[in-house]
Design a protein around this ligand. Structure first.
Ligand code: HEM
Length: 125
């Protein structure tokens, strides 16, 4: 956005947490994604809340705890195929809706996440 950050525009940390909860509920039930995720998604979700906070322009919570995100490198242990990328984005699109994130922020966030998700692919189908 032109003024302020997406993080502030959507309502800050409480909204990020609502989004992340809605997202991992879907990830944990998606047959294309469960093979590469841990059974207990508590810590995964916590890290994602910290990461998305800084990704959307909020405080650098993820980096304070874990250092530089190096997201592509951190995903190399997992086979991220085009199919899994699509599944991830499908879960995220539904989560943005469930969390009631309004336009134009919803589309802006989804576009940024789509670019990042493409960058994360490391294995052919
Ligand atoms: C971690 C999958 C895209 C952010 C992970 C983990 C998996 C995964 C399996 C490890 C979970 C764990 O062991 O706790 C995927 C798949 C993607 C994808 C299939 C499809 C493209 C993204 C995108 C972002 C992202 C687009 C950022 C916007 C993160 C973060 C972590 C993570 C912050 C935690 C890293 C850490 O261990 O500190 N992802 N991911 N991922 N992912 Fe993704």
């Amino acid at each position: 956005t032109e003024y302020g950050t997406l993080y502030e525009a959507i309502g800050g940390f409480k909204t990020v947490k609502r989004l992340v909860t809605a997202f991992y509920k879907r990830v944990g039930n998606h047959p294309k994604l469960t093979p590469i995720f841990p059974d207990d998604l508590t810590e995964t979700a916590r890290k994602q809340s910290l990461f998305l906070t800084q990704f959307l322009g909020g405080p650098k919570l993820y980096s304070e705890e874990f250092g530089h995100p190096m997201l592509r490198r951190r995903h190399l242990p997992f086979e991220i195929t085009p199919t899994r990328k699509d599944a991830w984005l499908e879960c995220m699109a539904e989560a943005l809706e469930e969390a009631n994130i309004e336009e134009p922020y919803r589309t802006a966030i989804f576009e940024r996440l789509t670019m990042t998700a493409h960058h994360m692919m490391n294995t052919p189908d």
